[in-house]
Design a protein around this ligand. Structure first.
Ligand code: DUT
Length: 140
């Protein structure tokens, strides 16, 4: 699917930036009321090599200034997915938030992925941590 003609394709902001900015490909502006969630189209589809995934993450500026974040962060785009990439935004702020066409709404990282092969075993090797978790090493 070609990217919306007036929209730039996802691009790294600089060679040091981890995430590519994703833009809203909405035809009309979209309003997110406090507590509301919506799937926002990005206007593009892609094909990745097997062994990779894309992760969709919030933009910290939107989160800090407006309380708008990616509900399912990190959203997972599978290598075999051929549909339009969507961004599931939620407004956790206390004011309505308006999204215009072309707004940068999230960022995307392409990552190599490890696929596990499960093996059933009678016991697990012992370790320093053992079964301890959820803060068992202290409250601070
Ligand atoms: O933020 C997201 C999350 C998912 N997807 C697309 C790509 C992904 O490959 C597909 C399925 O996503 P996921 O595996 O998270 O969905 P599911 O709820 O497990 O449903 P499914 O049964 O379709 O796998 O939806 C997006 O475009 N954006």
């Amino acid at each position: 699917m070609p990217h919306g003609q007036d929209l730039e394709p996802p691009a790294y902001a600089s060679k040091f930036a981890a995430g590519m900015d994703l833009r809203a490909a909405v035809s009309d502006s979209v309003k997110l009321f406090p507590g509301e969630r919506k799937l926002i189209p990005t206007g593009f589809a892609m094909q990745m090599e097997p062994g990779y995934e894309a992760q969709i993450r919030p933009r910290s500026g939107l989160a800090l200034k407006h309380g708008v974040t990616v509900l399912n962060a990190p959203g997972t785009v599978d290598a075999d997915y051929r549909g339009e990439v969507g961004v599931l935004l939620i407004n956790l702020g206390d004011q309505p938030f308006t999204i215009e066409r072309g707004d940068r709404i999230a960022q995307m990282v392409i990552s190599p992925m490890c696929q596990a092969r499960w093996e059933i075993v009678p016991t697990l090797e012992s370790s320093g941590r053992g079964r301890g978790g959820y803060g068992h090493t202290g409250v601070r």
